[in-house]
Design a protein around this ligand. Structure first.
Ligand code: URA
Length: 433
């Protein structure tokens, strides 16, 4: 078999068989296939697509390329949740304690930020002392003891995805439904979970900009999950504007604590409750409506907040951040961003906000870059608000004040203030089951 023939076959729009897909995945993972041939194939896939059988075959080959986690020692149904990536998406920090407080174990491995989107692990790292690198044994023991663990990926899970993702990032081949679906699902299939809840983001800050594209991605991933014997559901949720009020690691952690304390942004809270209810449903806790009530109770009673405290303590972090968020890393400089005219706050482009926060220091341009945990944006106003010239829309935080100008330019490019109020968009836009 020759890579050049596989590239030609896909370039001409023909489906690849399992043998050809395995040849590519194995050969690229172990370094026999060079980057230039892998790039050519990825571009051909991007342009000509893959059918459902090919996408499933690619996913299984990537999942089989490394280790997998065995969570069978933890009693109960383990449900994983995965967001396709958004701006200000701190839902895992709220949802995991809620679900765990309802008695369902949450053993979750999360990732670092990617491009303009944030990652749960970077947010947790902003807690002084918090260890994201538990050994597999420590992780399983902790979840068996307190029903919750949130760590970074400790094993060599789906190394094919790591290599292919890095190449996609550098060759403009990220936005492809079969490539995104296989990338996400290959990691989920080796994460040891029994069921999967996918939060597929739709809008300017997401990889999928339109609802039909997001629906197709959701259906593709659900079908892969079910074929692999895992209960899988996807919710399609809005990512036209950032989620909640904060973008940036310690700022998002502070906001998650506010939600767990029963305050915080309403839209963020209701999305967290809905995601929690679906996780409880997938874990077999009953119909969806009683699961919604369980999630509400865990939040309102303070049980979820206490669970978050136990998690922080168990992983070596300073639990006093719950009462004193000022113990989280801060930024030495702040700048208020003001409305330049009167009108309705019509648009706050999520991608521009993500890039602006990243420029301030909340994200990485290169994978080896250090993060400024206190950097980011806190929004003072929401879409739909009536603004007067001079009103503070957002506050920027950074330790490098020279970055303010560039970040403000990017942020302002994504803002729209209009004469008429914008149409209200629901947070949950659809589902695939
Ligand atoms: N997240 C992933 O893990 N992979 C993708 O391709 C896109 C988002």
């Amino acid at each position: 078999m020759r890579m050049v023939d596989i590239i030609r076959k896909k370039r001409e729009g023909n489906p690849l068989n399992d043998e050809e897909i395995n040849f590519f995945v194995e050969g690229y993972t172990d370094g026999r296939i060079p980057d230039y041939q892998a790039s050519a194939l990825l571009m051909a896939i991007c342009l000509n697509g893959m059918d459902d059988r090919e996408t499933a075959s690619l996913t299984l080959a990537m999942a089989a390329s490394g280790d997998s986690l065995d969570l069978s020692a933890i009693a109960g149904c383990k449900v994983d949740k995965h967001s396709t990536g958004g701006v200000g998406d701190k839902t895992t920090l709220v949802v995991a304690p809620i679900v765990s407080a309802c008695g369902v174990p949450v053993a979750k491995m999360s990732g670092r930020g990617l491009g303009h989107t944030g990652g749960t692990i970077d947010k947790l790292r902003s807690i002084p002392g918090y260890r994201v690198d538990l050994s597999e044994q420590e992780f399983i023991e902790q979840v068996s003891r307190i029903d919750i663990g949130l760590i970074g990926s400790s094993k060599n899970l789906a190394p094919a995805d790591k290599r292919i993702y890095a190449l996609r990032d550098a060759t403009s081949t990220v936005e492809s439904i079969p490539l995104i679906a296989s990338s996400i699902m290959s990691k989920k299939l080796c994460s040891g979970c029994d069921a999967i809840l996918l939060d597929v983001k739709v809008g300017s800050g997401a990889f999928m900009k339109t609802l039909p594209e997001a629906q197709k991605l959701a259906e593709t991933m659900v079908s892969i999950g079910k074929h692999a014997g895992k209960k899988t559901v996807a919710l399609l949720t809005d990512m036209d504007a950032p989620l909640g009020l904060a973008v940036g690691n310690s700022l998002e952690l502070k906001e998650a604590i506010e939600v767990l304390r029963g305050g915080g942004d309403e839209a963020l809270t209701s999305l967290c409750l809905e995601l929690s209810a679906w996780m409880l449903f997938l874990a077999g806790q009953g119909y969806l409506e009683p699961c919604r009530a369980m999630a509400q109770k865990a939040l309102k009673s303070g049980a979820a907040l206490q669970k978050f405290r136990r998690l922080i303590e168990a992983q070596g972090g300073d639990p006093r951040v719950i009462e004193a968020p000022s113990l989280l890393p801060g930024a030495s400089h702040r700048r208020e961003i003001k409305a330049q005219k009167d009108g309705y706050f019509a648009q706050m482009d999520a991608q521009s906000c993500g890039i602006a926060a990243s420029i301030l220091g909340a994200g990485r341009e290169r994978k080896e870059d250090a993060i400024d945990y206190g950097a980011g944006i806190w929004f003072q106003r929401k879409i739909g608000d009536l603004l007067q010239k001079g009103d503070v829309i957002a506050v920027f935080y950074t330790s490098v004040p020279e970055k303010f100008k560039e970040a403000e330019d990017v942020f302002r490019n994504g803002l729209k203030i209009a004469k008429t109020p914008p149409q209200k968009r629901p947070m949950i836009l659809g589902a695939a089951k």
